[in-house]
Design a protein around this ligand. Structure first.
Ligand SMILES: O=C(O)C1=C[C@@H](OP(=O)(O)O)[C@@H](O)[C@H](O)C1
Ligand SMILES: C=C(OP(=O)(O)O)C(=O)O
Length: 430
């Protein structure tokens, strides 16, 4: 399905933020790894969270759902001997479950998105698991991947953090269940470091003890631990909300999003600070972000690694700033659903934006008078490209046609409904 985004001058309204993708995947996982019955309130409903749901069920968890919660009876450290798992296009779900699958004798992760997740690298995690005695068949570090585990060993484990934090998170979920204690050392720079804070927060809530160095570069994990069955409540999602906030920033607006905690460990919370640095009229109080945009934005310089899943939305806002913005330290955007530097900037250029790339940096020469638009956009299977180009389309002179915009459902199926309710001119076409 394709989406036409037409010029929209004003946005107005309010709603509750969607539920966090990262917390949903983590709570579902720790509930599955517990032996009793846990409850996850307000889980996200999206393709990625559905992928985690489907796979933990395949691995032996029992799930019952209603409108507000999922009740999960876990399999503890004994997942069912499943032969095949399908994670869809969900990177974090794949990496977390590759580690857990090493408790199984023989599991194959199939390749259902050859042009997206199928191209993403997993070698750093594969090497770490191999060093723990797990046999792994793979295609140059990519899907399909077969894991032959059973009894992975703890001890000294090294993992690179250069490409993704998800490899380290995966090992942090697995190692408490092993018989031996583990010492995990992170090699190289750790990208998306803030996300490890979310993993540790959830592990602690699940009753797991981990001794983390303050810089998150080394960890001592006692073995022989058990995940406790608990109740969890999923907070609002900053990465998805960032796109709506960016849309409000580039238009004349009066938009409120509720359920966005000031104290969240989500790095993408920085969308609020970045928009404030850009002089966007905005308040954040009692879990509500209120933007009263006037369309005027100042340029910004920002370390994007702190807020990896909100950078594309920030860039979309910077496209209309009155000067040059820089988003640096963002190389790992190249290893996401698409190359979020080269592929994304190519689409922005089609819409008329003036943008430049470096290996680890996005440079945006703002055009405060708007863009010409009138282009057909390739979504590259990437929900965040779709959302960011939609923000840009609101302030183009001619409509944008975003091909295959249904991939927005990877994280935020209600994105276009939420925008339409605010008054955006968006229309699905076959
Ligand atoms: O651990 C997680 O849930 C995630 C970690 C981040 O990935 P990287 O660590 O690869 O940057 C983020 O982009 C992704 O959406 C979710
Ligand atoms: C990169 C993302 O997800 P994942 O790595 O889990 O596929 C994302 O949600 O933007």
């Amino acid at each position: 399905m394709d989406m036409i985004v037409r010029p929209t001058a004003e946005l107005k309204g309010e709603f509750g933020a969607l539920s966090s993708k990262n917390y949903t995947t983590r709570y579902l996982l720790v509930a599955a790894l517990a032996e009793g019955t846990s409850t996850v309130y307000y889980p996200a409903h999206s393709e990625d969270s559905d992928a985690m749901r489907r796979c933990i069920r395949d691995l032996g968890a029992v799930l019952e759902e209603d409108d507000e919660k999922i009740v999960i009876t876990g399999f503890g450290k004994k997942p069912r001997d499943v032969k095949e798992l399908n994670v869809g296009n969900a990177g974090a779900v794949l990496r977390f479950l590759m580690a857990i699958a090493s408790l199984c004798p023989d599991v194959t992760f199939v390749n259902t998105y050859p042009d997206s997740l199928g191209k993403r690298p997993h070698s750093d995690l594969i090497e770490a698991l191999q060093s723990m005695g797990v046999e792994i068949e793979h295609h140059d570090g990519r899907l399909p991947i077969t894991i032959r585990g059973g009894a992975p060993k703890g001890g000294k484990i090294r993992v690179s953090g250069e490409v993704s934090s998800q490899y380290l998170s995966a090992l942090l979920f697995l190692t408490p269940l092993l018989d031996e204690d583990s010492e995990i050392e992170v090699l190289g720079d750790l990208k998306s470091k803030v996300v490890i804070g979310q993993t540790l927060e959830v592990l602690e809530q699940a009753g797991i003890r981990i001794d983390a160095a303050p810089d998150y570069m080394s960890f001592r994990v006692p073995g022989g631990q058990a995940y406790q069955a608990k109740s969890y409540t999923v907070q609002g999602d900053y990465p998805g909300s960032a796109a709506i906030l960016a849309a409000a920033a580039v238009t004349k607006s009066d938009v409120k999003i509720h359920r966005l905690m000031e104290q969240s460990k989500q790095g993408e919370r920085a969308i609020v600070d970045v928009l404030q640095m850009m002089d966007v009229p905005l308040r954040h109080k009692d879990g509500t972000v209120h933007v009263q945009g006037n369309g005027r934005l100042r340029p910004v310089v920002f370390d994007g690694d702190a807020a990896t899943d909100a950078v594309l939305a920030m860039v979309a806002a910077a496209v209309f700033a009155d000067g040059t913005s820089r988003f640096y330290n963002v190389e790992n955007l190249r290893y996401k659903e698409c190359d979020r530097i080269t592929d994304y900037l190519n689409e922005l250029k089609k819409a008329g934006a003036d943008v430049e790339e470096r290996q680890a940096e996005i440079i945006v020469h703002g055009r405060p008078n708007g863009l010409k638009g009138g282009a057909t956009i390739n979504a590259h299977y990437d929900h965040r490209v779709i959302m960011a180009l939609t923000v840009v389309g609101l302030r183009c002179r001619e409509p944008l046609l975003i091909k295959d915009a249904h991939h927005v459902a990877k994280s935020y199926p209600q994105f276009f409904d939420h925008l339409a309710a605010l008054g955006a001119s968006v229309e699905w076409v076959k």
